[in-house]
Design a protein around this ligand. Sequence first.
Ligand code: GDP
Length: 211
Amino acid sequence: MTVVPGRDPLVIRDLTFLGGMAAPGGWRPAPGLPEVAFAGRSNVGKSSLLNRLVRRKAFARVSRTPGRTREINFFQVNDQLVFADLPGYGYARVAHEQREAWRPLIEGYLRASVPLQGVVQLLDVRREASDDDRLMLEFLGDLGVPTIVVVTKVDKLNTRDGTQRVAELSRSLGFTDDQVISFSAVTGSGRDELAEAIVSLIAQPSWREEG
Ligand code: GDP
């Protein structure tokens, strides 16, 4: 992906919290703008990535307030697009039934949301993909929704080990290296590349109309 130095592919002028979807088929913002959803297990670095992406320190905090952590939280960016922050899944310390509780809400949203243009799937550079990550990626693949894979926290490894880990992780999941963006919320690396990928995603014809 080409990023022109010094040019921000996604300038954030305006950011508005629209509300949350608490149950499958429940409230969601009226369709209008293209939507991009963010998915990943709890603690993968999703809030930190969103804050970096929009250049606000505490933007994603609303998604973490009590009562909202299990909702899909919608944010409007400029008059351009909507971000859907999906609940973090796979929290290891809860019972199996609770662990599976995310599936109807997330899968229902992904299946039914007409404005959805794509999904940004996050994976932690220092962890193997979990069963939930694999389930999620399989679901996205079956649905056919365009998916951007982002490997988070790459600053935790040196450049050489980081590059190697990203390549291993990508290969183990059937992606080529160039389909995957390396990201660090600490250094900001990958931010513009991700912004560019999102802007291209929303400019595409809807995947639902293909074939
Ligand atoms: P979420 O549960 O997916 O929203 O994850 P958070 O954004 O809250 O991050 C979980 C933990 O990982 C926090 O302690 C963050 O400070 C840390 N973290 C998130 N992103 C990065 C990163 O890019 N680099 C490093 N070193 N730590 C990160």
